[in-house]
Write a protein that binds this ligand. Structure first.
Ligand code: ADP
Ligand code: MG
Ligand code: ZN
Length: 499
């Protein structure tokens, strides 16, 4: 059986129950509990450390206000509730990447609880409950390598120790790999929209883990769950979950009990493998952090963060739909910051333009120009573009004074050079001739010069019609409106719309 067929068969008998845990590096200048700068991804090992994040005796943590604000902002954006006060807890375990022997985290009083995110799927919208979002610190990185003398050594890079991480945990509400992928995509979009993180998976700023279990369809209790880690892209998240669904279904069918364990995803092999048997939270001996005071979140602080929230992606998509855009266009624009900015700017500069035409320009000709230059104007447009010129181009197209083929060239040239679109159109001689009298004069001359072709058309050979239209276009140096030329030729040769 093929993989999709095996999965489809498994899903007839079993229902997947999935919860997603996301770790997100929130954007701050300094680390979570010390003044070290957050290292860039390419920083040399152990260049961003201090006595606090190295856990030297006698040092004390201090709370990074910006990191707290990012989690509160996220909480507001997912409709979560925020407690009036919270505190920090120690999560104790021994591992060489954890210098203190515990991680400062939050246990029973997270900064945000009971939120949700609604995602579009192929089966319609699905709302995923979000249990909590809390703040914690990242660990150091272990590098297993060979020393110059050939010995195998483990090296510790403490740069990431103490980098602020927000953990966002869902309810076990996800029912398929597709829903998990859409949740991860929507959450990443949201985190970028509210400006709390760049959320780049390839830089480790966003890590997505999935807890996957199966239960026979129509039954209540959840099955034994497996936690899957090490997915390096959202596509990998989807593939890993699909793999687990098949693997677990085969095990259950074979009467093999599943173990609660942590598995890693091997992207090249397209399979998960056992990493370790899962710890339970009892093993961590959580207790309140005595070195930090409780954190009071007063209403005015929260209100200020709420007031600073931008329009969220879901609301934006809904607004674009209300402008008459298809769901697909609305999603494309909201997913791409560069296109979204241009769409808004062109609409503002040309309020009478049909929004669907603006979307077509932005995702088409402008989108191409946007991808070809990394340069951005102060307002976020591609290259040296300005919204008034882009609106002018579209206005000319809509009015029939500029062909779409020429519009593409004008946009490309305007984006690179920044010259006003009207000037480019004039200089390139792109002004399209749509005036029926002017086109008629050109057509009359062409018909007079080509009596043989005219006779052919009259004799019913329609190929000759195309020839005459082509000659008229040529005579106008491509400036005539092709549709108006067609109509003029047909009218003069007494042929209707039959071709
Ligand atoms: P842990 O302490 O191991 O991280 P949590 O209780 O925080 O465990 O749950 C982690 C994630 O696993 C959550 O997203 C939760 O919704 C999900 N989850 C819990 N039980 C199951 C289950 N039986 N099957 C799938 N996911 C589950
Ligand atoms: Mg967890
Ligand atoms: Zn430090």
């Amino acid at each position: 059986m093929s993989a999709p067929a095996a999965r489809a068969a498994a899903l007839e008998r079993y229902e997947a129950v999935i919860g997603i845990e996301v770790h997100c590096q929130v954007r701050t200048a300094s680390k979570m509990f010390c003044a070290c700068a957050v290292p860039p991804p390419d920083a040399a090992p152990n260049t961003h450390t201090c006595p606090v994040c190295l856990a030297l005796p006698g040092t004390l943590p201090t709370i990074n206000r910006a990191a707290v604000e990012h989690v509160l902002t996220t909480g507001l954006a997912i409709g979560a509730s925020v407690p009036p006060a919270t505190r920090w807890d120690r999560k104790n375990y021994f591992y060489p990447d954890l210098p203190k022997g515990y991680q400062i985290s939050q246990y029973d009083l997270p900064l945000a609880a009971n939120g949700s995110l609604t995602v579009e799927t192929s089966e319609g919208p699905v709302t995923i409950g979000i249990t909590r979002a809390h703040l914690e610190e990242d660990t150091a990185k272990l590098i297993h390598a060979a020393a110059p003398d050939g010995r195998r050594v483990s090296l510790v890079d403490f740069n990431r120790a103490g980098v602020p991480l927000m953990e966002i945990v869902t309810e076990p509400d996800v029912r398929s790999a597709e829903q998990a992928r859409r949740y991860a995509e929507e959450l990443r979009l949201l985190l970028r929209a509210i400006d709390v993180s760049d959320a780049e998976m390839e830089n480790g700023q966003l890590r997505v883990e999935a807890n996957v279990s199966l239960r026979p369809r129509g039954t209540g209790p959840f099955g034994t769950r497996v936690e899957v880690k090490n997915m390096n892209s959202i596509r990998a998240v989807e593939r890993a979950i699909d793999f687990e669904i098949e693997r677990q279904a085969a095990a259950l069918d074979g009467g093999e009990p599943l173990r609660q364990e942590t598995r890693g995803w091997d992207d090249a092999a397209g399979a998960t493998y056992v990493m370790r048997v899962k710890e339970s939270s009892d093993d961590y001996r959580y207790f309140p952090e005595p070195d930090l005071p409780p954190l009071v979140i007063d209403a005015a602080w929260l209100a200020a963060l709420r007031a600073a929230l931008p329009e969220l992606p879901a609301a934006r998509r809904a607004r674009y739909r209300a402008l008459g855009l298809p769901a697909y266009d609305a999603a494309v624009l909201v997913n791409d910051e560069g296109m979204r900015v241009a769409f808004e700017a062109i609409l503002a500069a040309g309020p009478g333009l049909p929004p669907k035409e603006v979307a077509n320009l932005v995702t088409g000709d402008y989108g191409r120009a946007l991808n070809e230059t990394a340069e951005r104007t102060a307002s976020g447009l591609a290259g040296r573009a300005d919204a008034a010129s882009l609106a002018h181009v579209l206005g000319e197209v809509v009015a029939g004074r500029l062909s779409r083929a020429n519009a593409k060239e004008v946009v490309a040239e305007h984006v690179v050079g920044g010259r006003p679109a009207a000037a480019v159109i004039a200089e390139r001689g792109f002004a399209q001739i749509s005036d029926a009298d002017a086109v008629g004069r050109i057509v009359d001359a062409v018909l007079a010069a080509n009596p043989a072709a005219v006779a052919d058309v009259r004799a019913g050979r329609s190929q000759a019609l195309g020839f005459l239209v082509g000659q008229a276009m040529k005579a106008s140096r491509g400036q005539a409106n092709a549709a108006v030329v067609q109509a003029a030729v047909r009218e003069r040769l007494g042929r209707g719309g039959d071709g």
